[in-house]
Design a protein around this ligand. Structure first.
Ligand code: PEP
Ligand code: MN
Length: 263
């Protein structure tokens, strides 16, 4: 179902009127985690003004340490609903497990499956029954074939609205948190009709690489970017080091425009 052979033309996914995969570049931006209503609304207004069409923010966070901030849970989802009501932006948020899937599906416009869950096959089957589009992040050690097969699980379950997201893979490098696999974008576009976006924030793990990696991702033909932005990254409860300042996000928007227009 995911293959180009099964569907020669590109899939276009509609998220509350925002089209993904239709030949315009979709920008998804927001904090790693929803921390408070004030934080989320402040960031949402800034990224919207800069041209973001969708807002991102985790309410349930898959943290490496069990002692790290785990997200606001349902309260975070309620804040996301408020952001949507106030700004008109559809919201993207992660469903970490089965227990919270129904709840996340109720609030989210796009359900994110995180890198650590890419081969959680029962979660993928649940996402296949969802009536909302799904962002499927690439597993940090997954081949492209494994990733596309994970998407196949969702589509086979009846949900054809799958957006693939390259977010970097684990390598020996330690100059960045992960290594952005830029070649995955043209390969996926050749093999599959599904839209593919790039998350340069989790690939880089550090702010200074996010803009260059974004430019490169647009140059290799991604359909959109998902970028972490925080108005006070030094105070962020997660991923502050890789979060752009709102002014940097504005600059990023300006820088990628001429690159995208080449295509
Ligand atoms: C995220 O987008 O906040 C996230 C945790 O991403 P990943 O699953 O790619 O690490
Ligand atoms: Mn994050």
């Amino acid at each position: 179902l995911v293959s180009r052979e099964s569907q020669p033309e590109d899939s276009v996914i509609d998220v509350g009127g925002v089209k993904i995969g239709n030949g315009h570049l979709v920008m998804i931006a927001g904090p790693c985690a929803i921390e408070s209503e004030e934080q989320a609304l402040t960031i949402a207004h800034k990224v919207k003004a800069a041209g973001a069409e969708l807002f991102r923010g985790g309410a349930f966070k898959p943290r490496t340490s069990p002692y790290a901030f785990q997200g606001l849970g349902e309260e975070g989802l309620k804040i996301l609903a408020k952001v949507r009501a106030e700004t008109g932006m559809p919201v993207v948020t992660e469903a970490m497990d089965h227990d919270v899937f129904d709840l996340v599906e109720e609030y989210a416009d796009v359900i994110q499956i995180g890198t650590r869950n890419m081969q959680n096959f029962s979660l993928l089957r649940r996402a296949g029954r969802a009536r909302k589009p799904v962002v499927l992040k690439r597993g940090m050690a997954a081949t492209i074939e494994e990733w596309l097969m994970a998407a196949e699980y969702i589509m086979e379950g009846g949900n054809s609205d799958v957006i693939l997201c390259e977010r970097g893979v684990r390598t020996f490098a330690h100059h960045s948190r992960n290594t952005l696999d830029l070649s995955a974008i043209p390969v996926v576009r050749k093999e599959s009709h599904l839209p593919i976006i790039v998350d340069p924030s989790h690939a880089a793990g550090r702010r200074d690489q996010v803009i260059p990696l974004s430019r490169a991702s647009v140059a290799v033909g991604c359909h959109g970017l998902m970028v972490e932005v925080h108005h006070q990254p030094e105070k962020a409860l997660s991923d502050g080091a890789q979060s752009l300042y709102p002014e940097q996000f504005e600059s990023l928007m300006q820088q990628i425009k001429p690159i995208f227009e080449i295509f």
